[in-house]
Design a protein around this ligand. Structure first.
Ligand code: AMP
Ligand code: GLY
Length: 429
């Protein structure tokens, strides 16, 4: 079977790597891909936002499965488009339809879903420009810090943690009146700040049954010790020591099961990954957000721990056989370190030659994100550039290997965090 993967990050490179190991997977195509995905698949010259073009590509190249990496293609309705056509509906799309994708596409929709199904989350209210005065009144009686979130997709930048009333009103003004995130901030969710430690739980679901994937913790801040600006993610660790059986049981009962019930009641036909962003507040799970896809760089830490055939897992999803699927998981710890361009998440220079990949030990996995080849040379082509993932019997062992591999890969001004997993060291069993 030929497969098309949509996306261009480390996540998609990791998916291509994993699928390439399946005997059922013939040709892999990646659109738009990067210099690394070319190792396992053919780069498809197709505009992923133009579904007519995608459909023609899928027909021409006999694609039987489309794995969607990023959320925007799902929110744009790729699954509905393929399902809606007589000629395309045999193609298995991994990712929810538009209605289900709204769990990520609209924070207000998602919060209302949590409320409707009694899923633990921060208390909130949603406001628009027309209800600006009510929003400021709400903030007057709010505790601080308070969290303000642009309703729509804002490439991970739409969350502001305001320390006091004035800062919150400024942020509100900026989002609602100055349209800081365009249409994405025409609604703003104001919510309670949750104090705790974050972890991400992932499931694959057909809206009826689900398979629990390995969990992960990612490191969003640019600076060591979790300081500085937010990024797409600077590294990840899987498993997460505090996500033990007791905690996971609570997540299953209070979060996953009511979510699946809610998907059925709301008729959100859902066939794909669900990324559950959690805050562990004194041992109790609260949902911070849902993403309707896998995370990046979490995927680079999770997939190397999955021993089962990913293609077979996707087949089980579409055949409604997830309840019979026994996922085999490597008990070792995977740690991922993201090498980024100097200056990221603000301005940075592209086109610098990357060297040292040949010095990375063969048991360390290298996944590309913002890379491309220019005249045969590998250069940086984005903020987040390359990830390295190492496995070890302990987190320390895995980190030592991943950090050594990160040190071996260089280009002008490249940066990475040396302290991934720093906050988990004390909680190791
Ligand atoms: P989100 O885009 O919803 O994942 O939010 C980005 C980040 O903001 C999260 O990963 C958290 O670190 C933080 N955050 C979001 N909501 C809250 C909250 N209610 N309390 C504390 N931190 C939050
Ligand atoms: N690493 C966070 C995300 O993929 O959204």
């Amino acid at each position: 079977m030929n497969v098309l993967i949509i996306g261009s990050g480390g996540r998609e490179h990791a998916i291509a790597w994993k699928l390439s190991q399946s005997e059922y997977c013939d040709k892999i195509f990646v659109a738009p891909g990067n210099a690394g995905t070319a190792q396992y698949g053919t780069t498809a010259a197709v505009d992923v936002h133009n579904f007519d073009e995608l459909a023609k590509f899928a027909t021409d190249f006999n694609i039987m499965m489309i794995v969607v990496g990023p959320e925007n293609t799902l929110v744009e309705g790729i699954h509905d488009y393929f399902q809606g056509s007589e000629y395309l509906k045999h193609i298995l799309v991994i990712g929810p339809k538009k209605a289900g994708a709204m769990l990520e596409g609209s924070k207000d929709f998602c919060k209302a879903f949590f409320q409707r199904y009694n899923i633990p989350t921060a208390a909130y209210q949603t406001f628009t420009e027309d209800t600006f005065a009510q929003a400021t009144a709400y903030l007057r009686s709010h505790t601080f810090p308070a969290v303000l979130k642009a309703d729509g997709l804002a490439a991970g930048k739409g969350v502001i943690i305001a320390q006091d009333y004035d800062e919150a009103v400024d942020a509100l003004e900026d989002m609602l009146r100055n349209k800081r995130f365009g249409a994405a901030s025409s609604k703003v969710v104001i919510e309670e700040y949750l104090e705790g430690i974050e972890a991400s739980v992932f499931i694959l679901t057909d809206g009826k049954d689900y398979v629990l994937l390995p969990e992960a913790k990612d490191y969003k801040r640019i600076g060591e010790g979790d300081t500085g600006l937010n990024t797409g993610g600077m590294g990840a660790v899987s498993p997460v020591p505090f996500v033990d059986d007791v905690f996971m049981q609570k997540v299953k009962e209070r979060v996953i099961e009511p979510t699946i019930r809610g998907m059925q009641e709301d008729k959100l036909e859902y066939t794909g990954f669900l990324f559950i962003g959690l805050m562990n507040v004194k041992g109790e799970p609260y949902v911070i957000e849902y993403n309707v896809r896998l995370g990046d760089p979490e995927t680079e830490a999770i997939l190397p721990r999955i021993k089962s055939d990913l293609f077979e897992l996707f087949r089980a999803l579409h055949d409604h056989k997830l309840s019979e699927f026994k996922l085999e998981i490597d008990p070792r710890t995977a740690t991922t370190v993201f090498l980024v361009s100097g200056g990221y998440p603000e301005g940075f220079e592209k086109g610098k030659e990357i060297s040292g990949l040949e010095n990375v030990p063969s048991d360390v996995l290298v996944f590309h994100a913002g890379t491309k080849r220019v005249n045969g040379k590998l250069v940086n082509n984005g903020g987040r550039v390359i990830t390295v993932t190492a496995l070890g019997d302990t987190m320390e062992e895995a980190l030592e290997k991943a950090n050594a591999a990160a040190a071996a890969i260089t280009w002008q001004d490249r940066y990475y965090r040396h302290d991934i997993g720093f906050d988990l060291r004390g909680t190791l069993a």
